[in-house]
Design a binder for this molecule. Structure first.
Ligand code: DGP
Length: 112
């Protein structure tokens, strides 16, 4: 499968990493939408939120369990927003489940 985030997860495509373990990777977004913009992905390929099920949801729970630690490691100290675009109307551009962490500054009331 030709998935850019699978290639980032495997290290085939380099990224600026914030956190990594066997199940997930957090790295800086190439096109930041806030002063700090990190993407968190499961290493296992899941297309998007619609692809989460009872068999693969443990990695998603683990990602959320680490979200605060990742935000802190990226230098966020005063709150953050987590977004996951799912499907065409949401303008999902990379078909590998990812969670945007946005922060490092006061965010507009509505970014999503
Ligand atoms: P979304 O629109 O929710 O599918 O967001 C995809 C994000 O992925 C977008 O903010 C830009 C980012 N992105 C795409 N390609 C790369 C890449 O090769 N490296 C990094 N670091 N980020 C990427």
């Amino acid at each position: 499968m030709d998935c850019i985030f699978c290639k980032i997860a495997s290290g085939e495509i380099p990224s600026k990493k914030v956190y990594e373990d066997g199940d997930m990777l957090a790295f800086y977004d190439i096109n930041p939408m806030a002063k700090v913009h990190v993407l968190v992905i499961p290493k296992t390929h899941i297309d998007n939120i619609d692809g989460i099920n009872a068999e693969n949801s443990a990695c998603v729970a683990k990602i959320f369990g680490k979200m605060g630690e990742i935000a802190k490691a990226a230098g966020i100290t005063n709150g953050y927003r987590v977004i996951s675009n799912c499907g065409r109307d949401a303008k999902q551009s990379v078909m590998h489940l990812h969670f945007h962490i946005l922060g490092g500054e006061e965010l507009p009331e509505r970014l999503a």
